[in-house]
Design a protein around this ligand. Structure first.
Ligand SMILES: C[S@@+](CC[C@H](N)C(=O)[O-])C[C@H]1O[C@@H](n2cnc3c(N)ncnc32)[C@H](O)[C@@H]1O
Length: 148
């Protein structure tokens, strides 16, 4: 992650998490990447919506601990909580991507997703939109994009 600004911790409010999951239109065959999963709230909601599994990338130890406890409390078995920098992994296998990004990384994130994702992959962003992709839907400041 050298040279890439770290997204600080801000939470997605409960109603926006619900909107994200609604717009994700989860199917039992979907696999998702939660890029910077924080306390796991988005991953947990995707899991409860019936997704196959979620890889939740989070580099903050304390947030991973909080997420671990919440995931255990809800008896969820299809979230892989990963202590891994999402910039260093290929995202090509996922067909849902969720992120609460920040303005200074938008160009880099767009380029990474453009290079790696399969066509039709759903990308859900909270609050900060892409600069060059045309969204399919905006609701409650959640942006849904379909990879072309
Ligand atoms: C804006 S918060 C979003 C938290 C949660 N997804 C939510 O919406 O409530 C961004 C999170 O990304 C994590 N993060 C930042 N850069 C990361 C990276 N390169 N790889 C994995 N996690 C990262 C931060 O520690 C932080 O928890």
């Amino acid at each position: 992650m050298q040279g890439i600004p770290k997204i600080p911790y801000f939470i997605t409010s409960r109603y926006r998490v619900a909107t994200m999951v609604e717009l994700a239109n989860v199917k039992p065959t979907d696999i998702a990447a939660d890029l910077g999963s924080g306390d796991g709230r988005i991953s947990i909601s995707l899991a409860k919506a019936g997704i196959k599994y979620v890889d939740a990338y989070e580099i903050d130890d304390n947030l991973r601990l909080i997420a671990t406890n919440l995931i255990k409390k809800d008896n969820i078995y299809n979230i892989n909580l990963l202590n891994q920098d999402f910039w260093t992994v290929s995202l090509s296998k996922y067909n849902i991507i969720c992120c609460y990004p920040m303005p200074t990384i938008m160009g880099r994130l767009e380029r990474k997703l453009k290079e790696e994702l399969q066509p039709g992959t759903r990308v859900l962003l909270n609050y900060f939109p892409f600069l060059h992709w045309k969204e399919e839907i905006i609701k409650d400041n959640i942006y849904l994009y379909l990879k072309k």
